[in-house]
Ligand binder design. Sequence first.
Ligand SMILES: *Cc1c(COP(=O)(O)O)cnc(C)c1O
Length: 389
Amino acid sequence: MTHSEGFATRAIHAGQDFDPTTGAVIPPLYLTSTFVQESMGKLRGGYEYGRSGNPTRTALETQMAALDGARHAITFSSGLAAEDGFLRAVLRPGDHVVIGNDVYGGSYRLISKIFAPWGITHSVVDLGDAAAVAAAITPNTRILWIETPSNPLMAITDIAALAAVAHERNVLVLVDNTFATPALQQPLALGADVVAYSTTKYIGGHSDVIGGAIVLNDDALAEAVKFQQFAVGAISAPLEAWLTSRGIKTLPLRMRQHSINAQAIAEFLETRPEVERVYYPGLESHPGHELAKAQMSGFGGMLSVALHGGAEAAIAFAESTELFQLAESLGGVESLMNYPALMTHASVAGTELAVPDNVVRLSVGVEDVADLLADVERGLERMNARLAR
Ligand SMILES: *Cc1c(COP(=O)(O)O)cnc(C)c1O
């Protein structure tokens, strides 16, 4: 398997060789904590103990590295564990991080609540403003933290432009690529140094696993992240790694259909009088549409909608659909509805990252689009009936 093969081929075959002892077409799930040594310190296949490595995890890491055309992928027990492992590998007391003003609330919480007491400072900036990003970088800045499309307002950031700004000042660029996935966006090819994933979302794709990954080319930094993981222990466990590998095989297919379905829902919502604004990069009305077209190969399955009628309308809508189920998380085959102000983004209420209280976020699944459209329409009608009471 080489990185020159097509994306779908890599998704199915990279790291996924058949088992040479039995011919099993699917690599086995190695539920084992330790590995018998041939003789003192002489390991079979390099495996010693499950915290340092497991063949099922290696299979996933080979597959994930191939998706981004990268040299290394390190998979963790969650997206936040991956982010934490990367941050700890890079940062020392006195260092500074520049972070977008519309990033995942948990990433902001990690930096502002967990790292701050250890002497790490941060600045929050609008990533759409390259001059503001340049101005926020200090001599102590080590990392520029980008998320595009952002969560939940789907802002599009110019990765190549900001990578140039950051690299001029010796700052590492991390892109949280959870929403787009490598199927739709390749941050390393655009100039980023590190890609972070919550594999819980589209990469796993079936809402049955929690996981994360750090993907990068730099050998020394990869070693440092691996050492952090080995020393701390937030590994992707074998069953989780196996489920994630299975999910990845249909990632290109799923992302294509998520994008088709989300485009239809976004266009429908834009026609409705109850709607103040639809946030979806596939819409021509979206300020990041042209940039998204250039930087991504599809617009993805996430969209947000701001409703006239404020928080009351947003909550009523979020509670009125049926196929779109009210739940945190995103990126599974089933459609989900989230009210950020009280759910995913409750932790950033009152900060610079607070989400408007009339916004509802939709994770558009891969059900029949006609059924999804009917569900959204019925949801708006039920919302109207509830508000009229
Ligand atoms: C969910 C999410 C995370 C955190 O991942 P977990 O797997 O929940 O720890 C980070 N970034 C984004 C964009 C996410 O959606």
